[in-house]
Design a protein around this ligand. Structure first.
Ligand SMILES: [Zn+2]
Length: 318
């Protein structure tokens, strides 16, 4: 869903997928409802024209009649649905009739949002489960474009600034976006915000590193991202120091979940940091001013298990 290139096929991805999916669905919706009738009418009209050309004289009158009816039928297709109506048909949001509780019904490709049993986000336990795994992060400064997906502010990288090794599999950072407030909660309580660092491996599998944000000292590392967020229409280029964004401890919660936005695709490996980072009230408000309450409610854990993990960071030259 990303439009990134051949190696980035889509599993989908939270934010990743968000906008591209939505745009794609909206565009396909427009094609279905607006373009197709015209094409169909054109084809039918041509068929009748050919029929007229070859018709024997005694059929001509009836052929003309059928052709006239068909053309009239085409004319009746106008006016076409408005763009707004088409967009609304596949549009999801964080409130109103197309809010999270209705995502599964907004479009057939969003079925997992309602029927899935391994959805994200979830409520995490106050105590991190006993550590069973470790992630390795190899980071360098990341260059990326900041833009607005319509649901979140996001910085899309070139995929070469940070790699994360989880369970022997290497993932690379593709994009980072923000939710205000957090999507994951701890013991029922949301954090002020949550950053999602979306990674993919070579096979296109997704791993999202979640970082919970509490209000406190300003984050210097996030200044470029937040400043760009205030004028995202300009599609700014920013440099992101990923190592400086990470919390002091890489102790984390790990579980198998989904994208937190339609199409809610499952099979996403989640690694949520148990130690929060801080952003100033002003920084949080800045992101909130762009998109507020862009957080899906927590989903049932079901039969899943949340395990604990640790991690190490390796700064690499870049
Ligand atoms: Zn997200």
């Amino acid at each position: 869903m990303w439009w990134w290139g051949s190696q980035r096929h889509d599993p989908e991805f939270d934010e990743f997928l968000n906008h591209p999916w939505e745009r794609m669905i909206r565009e396909s919706g427009s094609l279905r409802s607006v373009v197709t009738p015209h094409v169909r009418c054109g084809v039918f009209s041509m068929q009748f024209l050919e029929y007229l050309m070859s018709a024997r004289s005694w059929l001509t009158a009836s052929a003309f009649t059928v052709a006239a009816v068909t053309l009239a039928g085409c004319a009746q297709l106008a006016p076409e649905p408005t763009d707004a109506a088409v967009a609304e048909s596949a549009h999801w949001s964080y409130d109103g009739e197309n809010g999270p509780a209705s995502w599964g019904a907004v479009d057939s490709s969003f079925a997992a949002c309602a029927a899935g049993t391994k959805q994200s986000p979830i409520d995490l336990p106050l105590t991190v489960p006993v550590t069973s795994t470790s992630i390795d992060l190899a980071v360098q400064d990341v260059d990326g474009d900041v833009f607005d997906t319509g649901h979140a502010v996001e910085v899309e990288t070139d995929g070469e600034g940070e790699t994360l090794t989880f369970a022997g599999d290497e993932y690379s950072l593709q994009q980072m976006h923000a939710h205000v407030p957090s999507e994951h909660t701890v013991a029922g309580r949301p954090a002020a915000a949550e950053l999602h660092l979306v990674h993919t491996d070579v096979a296109g599998n997704l791993l999202v590193l979640g970082i919970l944000v509490s209000e406190g000292e300003a984050s210097e590392a996030l200044v470029p991202f937040i400043e760009a967020a205030t004028h995202v229409a300009d599609k700014d280029q920013v440099a992101l120091d990923v190592a400086a964004v990470l919390p002091a401890s890489l102790e984390n919660y790990e579980y198998s979940g989904s994208l937190t936005t339609p199409p809610c695709t499952e099979g996403v490996q989640w690694v949520v940091m148990s130690t929060t980072i801080t952003m100033s009230a002003e920084q949080i408000r800045t992101l909130e001013d762009v998109h507020s309450d862009n957080a899906r409610p927590t989903q049932p854990l079901g039969g899943r298990t949340v395990v604990g993990g640790t991690g190490e960071v390796f700064q690499i030259a870049g």
